[in-house]
Design a protein around this ligand. Structure first.
Ligand code: DGL
Length: 299
């Protein structure tokens, strides 16, 4: 890269001084946080996986707790909300964004990709990849919100990559409030899950995508009802893996782990910071000290 006191980058020559400025900007970019957002707390299951697989990365998390759920809203509304959140995350200097909400990934990601100039990924594509790899009989089930199932996005992506697959999508709208109410291991959740999942058991799926970021929290209930023969796919794992790959490809990986006290993880919500904080502390291995409420309508 360097030649006789000059440095050559992409066809233009720079002085040592210019080179230093360029490199410091690059280093600074690498060390910026990753923006992660969801309609509320569900995206914490994705944030948790990013923390585990990418321990060097800072995270700025936004949960739209004032406007949750997204799963019963229209594409226009979900896209408008997602745009505001992306604008907010950009004010925090993020270097990449993870749409840690299936409903927003299904309805808004295509537009967001056109509008931002930093890498942005959702959770749907990574989830379908993992399911295609896991299935043996080609029968894949997807459980998700009404928005995600209504968008047809999981079926479309699976068919694009495995045209012979049989896909059964099932909206499970009551799972989100059950999770939010903390009924993670409860006879009520068991009963509702049995009603939703019987159809999927009857068609003989061997792989089930947890296509809503809240669902991994009741994974043990879902797994117990589906039985040992069904592989549960949590798209969070594959999303974090894909993010890691993307950052590596683009030279955006943070080089060293920031100290915990240096704002490694920051949390913002649109309402109910105390409830969010309590919830986050029951999901994350890292204890969060505070979540800040912001007015997302300003963005
Ligand atoms: N986070 C949403 C999703 O993954 C579920 C909660 C909601 O409906 O907003 O689709």
């Amino acid at each position: 890269m360097k030649s006789g006191g000059k440095s050559h980058i992409s066809g233009s020559f720079h002085t040592e001084q210019e080179w230093k400025i360029i490199m410091s900007g690059y280093e600074e970019l690498r060390n910026r946080p990753i923006g992660v957002f969801d309609s509320g707390v569900g995206g914490l299951t994705v944030a948790r996986e990013i923390m585990r697989q990418l321990p060097n990365e800072r995270i700025v998390y936004f949960g739209d707790t004032a406007r949750v759920p997204y799963g019963s809203k229209s594409q226009d509304t979900i896209t408008k909300f997602s745009r505001q959140i992306v604008r907010f995350l950009q004010t925090q200097g993020v270097k990449a964004i993870v749409v840690a909400c299936n409903s927003a990934s299904a309805y808004a990601l295509d537009e967001l990709e056109q509008e931002v100039d930093i890498p942005i990924i959702g959770v749907v594509k990574p989830g379908t990849k993992a399911a295609i790899m896991a299935t043996k009989n080609g029968k894949i089930g997807v459980i998700a919100t009404e928005a995600t199932t209504g968008s047809g996005i999981y079926s479309r992506y699976i068919k694009e990559n495995d045209s012979g697959a049989t896909i059964l999508c099932k909206a499970c709208p009551l799972f989100v409030p059950l999770v939010e109410e903390g009924l993670w291991e409860d006879p009520v959740t068991d009963e509702i899950a049995r009603r939703y999942l019987t159809e999927l058991i009857d068609v003989g799926i061997d792989t089930l995508i947890l296509g809503c970021t809240h669902y991994p929290i009741i994974r043990s209930t879902i797994g117990r009802i589906m039985g040992d023969g069904v592989t549960l796919v949590n798209p969070a794992y594959e999303t974090a893996r894909e993010l890691k790959e993307l950052l590596r490809e683009q030279g955006l990986e943070s080089e060293h782990r920031p100290e915990l006290g240096t704002e490694l993880y920051r949390f913002f919500v649109s309402d109910g910071a105390d409830k969010f904080q309590k919830f986050a502390n029951s999901i994350l291995t890292y204890g969060i000290l505070s979540a800040k409420v912001i007015n997302i309508d300003e963005y």
